[in-house]
Design a protein around this ligand. Structure first.
Ligand code: SF4
Length: 222
């Protein structure tokens, strides 16, 4: 499905170049520590990266290991996450995740997909993000942002992040692995390729984007 190798290469280069110039800088993008990346990805669910960036450094400082997070009072974790919303649920999940890490993995974030997905609240995307960003494994990542990006740039519409074909597409498009590619996609969707009123005038992809070059708005999925 992802057959145009030249277009893929061009899109990858443009996204990565744009990211290096204009991408957002977050503390979890400056580390390969699996625990830090796991915590960041869990916190990033159902909230914005900007909101997480306001609590992340302090959170990691206070709960600097699975063991310390496991032993913390739930009320303390709730307080640390209060600005994100859903803090009661998040605190409970994080504490449970830390308990599994300590009990089953010696307090070390595991590397395999199966082990990562044994942690509470860790599904395909978070497991792949940890394997990719922490362990440097060339695994694809697919979430709503990526689906939106593919739809706009390639004119291909997948059912959603659980669509196996979307993962196959990204395996071809994103290979070889490059974390900056995914961060670039995430940041482009957050700041330029907005779902409503995309800012095409500020986008590095106008020459290769199906939506832009063909006025593909009519076929775009919601
Ligand atoms: S050219 Fe416009 S529609 Fe295409 S990726 Fe860029 S912002 Fe999105």
């Amino acid at each position: 499905m992802c057959s145009d190798a030249r277009k893929n290469t061009s899109v990858r280069k443009r996204v990565i170049n744009w990211y290096e110039q204009s991408g957002r800088r977050f503390p979890w993008r400056n580390t390969t520590d699996p625990y830090h990346i796991l915590i960041a990805e869990i916190l990033l669910r159902r909230t914005t990266a900007s909101a997480v960036s306001r609590v992340f450094t302090d959170f990691i400082h206070r709960f600097d290991s699975p063991n310390r997070l496991k032993r913390a009072r739930e009320s303390t974790i709730v307080k640390a996450l209060s600005s994100l919303g859903l803090q009661d649920l998040r605190a409970k999940q994080l504490k449970e995740t830390a308990s599994i890490l300590v009990k089953d993995y010696n307090g070390i974030v595991p590397r395999s997909d199966e082990s990562l997905q044994s942690l509470l609240g860790v599904g395909d995307y978070i497991a792949s993000a940890v394997r990719n960003f922490a362990f440097g494994e060339p695994v694809p990542l697919v979430d709503g942002n990526v689906i939106h990006f593919i739809s706009r740039v390639f004119g291909i519409h997948f059912a959603g992040p659980t669509d196996v074909q979307a993962w196959e597409f990204m395996t071809q498009f994103g290979n070889p692995h490059e974390a900056k590619l995914y961060w670039g996609i995430i940041d482009l969707v957050a700041t330029v390729c907005l779902r409503q009123n995309p800012r095409c005038g500020s986008c590095p992809l106008t020459k290769v984007c199906e939506w832009y070059t063909k006025g593909d708005i009519a076929s775009e999925t919601a």
